[in-house]
Each structure stands twice: as C-alpha cells, then as structure tokens.
Design a protein around this ligand. Structure first.
Ligand SMILES: C[S@@+](CC[C@H](N)C(=O)[O-])C[C@H]1O[C@@H](n2cnc3c(N)ncnc32)[C@H](O)[C@@H]1O
Length: 229
C-alpha cells in the first residue's frame, strides 16, 4: 500500500504545531540547514523555482527573501500545511500550490532549481520522485534535498539512538500532542537510505556533480546535483 494517504493525513494533523516542534527538536538549528539549501540552489535571477513538499513554507520563503525577482512556487499535498504557509508568509509573494511529488503538474524544463526538505523519506520510491524532478528542471539547473539520515554506528550512536527513540516522540507528545507522528519520524529515518546510497539514487536519476554535506552529528544530510545539459 502507498505511504501517500497516511503521510498526507499525518501532516494535515500536525500542521499547526509543526514549526514549534521543528525548532525545539533541532535545538534551533533547522533554519541554518534550510539557508544552506537555498544557497546551494544558486541564483535563479528572474526565473521560476519550485520548493516541493514545502510544508509550512520556510524554504520557499527563504528563497523569496534571497531572490526577490524570482517567481517562487511552494507546493505540497497537505492542504493544512499549505494553509499554515500562506498564513505565515502572507506578506510575501510566493505561489502556494497543491501537488503530489510523484506526479508533478509542471511542463518539462520549467524550473531554475527545485528544492525539497524532508520529502524523500516520506515517498514510496525516491528514484521515481527524483526522475520527476529531473524532468521539470531546466538543463544545468540544481536540485537540492534536505532530509534526515540514519546515524553512523560510531561512539555517538547510542546517544543519538536514545534521542531518536525516546526524546523525539516525547517532545511530539508534549508539543504536538501526537507521539505517533514523531515516532514515525524516528522509524522512517532509521529505515531511510544512507547518505551514500541516496547520492547513488541521485546519480541513477541522471543528476550530475552529485554531492552531499551532513549536519547535526551526521543525522541531517543535504544532497545536491545538476540536471544534464
Ligand atoms: C516534514 S515536512 C517538511 C516541510 C518543509 N519542507 C520543511 O522544511 O519544514 C514534509 C512535507 O512533505 C509533504 N509531502 C510528503 N509526501 C509528499 C508528496 N508525495 N507530495 C507532496 N508533498 C509531500 C508533507 O505533506 C509535508 O508537508
């Protein structure tokens, strides 16, 4: 069975507490990674850029602030997350659109860049989504992806594991009144591709110059690549 409907329902349910939970859970680090994503995506000039799985709109908003001349689309399949985005950034001219990342309603070669935060862990087939993203990117344009990454088995592993296993679901219960949504975050992170595997899937989807950087004791990864010319 597809993950989609359950994921959509889950994000519709936590939309109003999502931002506060993010800030607490990451100890205030999350915006730094999003700024890195925007920087890596490059300058779109007056072109059109897409922030997919935009959620409550942080990456789309940062993109618009950094590149006021660009046309910025923030797209997601959770209606409540999009509502929060539109409320939070009412003063900014970002186009909030509803769409499923598996079937992008955009023409080939449309975008100067595509970004997404915490999308691939939530889809059935990362390769399929990346191929869709490649289709809508202009030749030479950048894709930049932020997501959690399974922690490496090093000396920090037991502590990170404890935080993921107990700390995050507890915060989910206290802040978002939804322990299960945040237990899902832990489970889906542990089962997700390692950073090296994900870089391989980017290459398999046809992206060039693929790279990544890890943050937060190796639990967060930003991957990037460029569409072939
Ligand atoms: C953890 S939130 C991330 C939001 C935002 N990118 C951020 O940086 O905070 C994940 C978002 O991905 C969206 N999402 C998950 N699967 C999707 C899909 N197949 N198509 C579109 N959006 C999807 C969810 O609705 C949710 O808003």
């Amino acid at each position: 069975m597809s993950k989609g409907p359950g994921v959509q329902k889950m994000f519709d349910g936590i939309a109003s507490d999502y931002d506060q939970m993010n800030r607490v859970m990451t100890m205030g680090q999350d915006q730094k990674w999003r700024r890195f994503v925007v920087e890596k995506a490059g300058d779109p000039g007056k072109g059109t850029v897409l922030d997919l799985a935009t959620g409550t709109g942080d990456i789309a908003s940062l993109t618009k602030s950094s590149h006021p001349d660009a046309l910025v689309i923030g797209a997601d399949f959770s209606f409540n997350m999009l509502l929060e985005a539109a409320k939070r950034f009412a003063g900014q001219s970002v186009s909030w659109q509803s769409c499923d990342a598996n079937f992008l309603p955009y023409r080939d070669n449309s975008f100067e860049s595509v970004t997404f935060g915490y999308l691939l862990r939530n889809v059935d087939d990362s390769l399929r989504v990346l191929q869709e993203v490649r289709r809508v990117l202009k030749p030479g344009a950048m894709v930049v992806c932020l997501d959690t990454t399974p922690p490496a088995r090093n000396i920090l592993y037991p502590f990170i594991r404890l935080y993921f296993r107990f700390g995050i679901p507890l915060l989910g219960r206290l802040i978002a009144s939804d322990e299960s949504a945040y237990a899902y975050l832990t489970g889906s992170t542990m089962k997700f591709h390692t950073a090296d595997e994900l870089a391989g899937i980017f290459r398999e989807a046809g992206f060039l110059d693929v790279g990544y950087q890890k943050f937060m004791m190796g639990t967060i990864g930003v991957h990037w690549g460029s569409a072939p010319n």
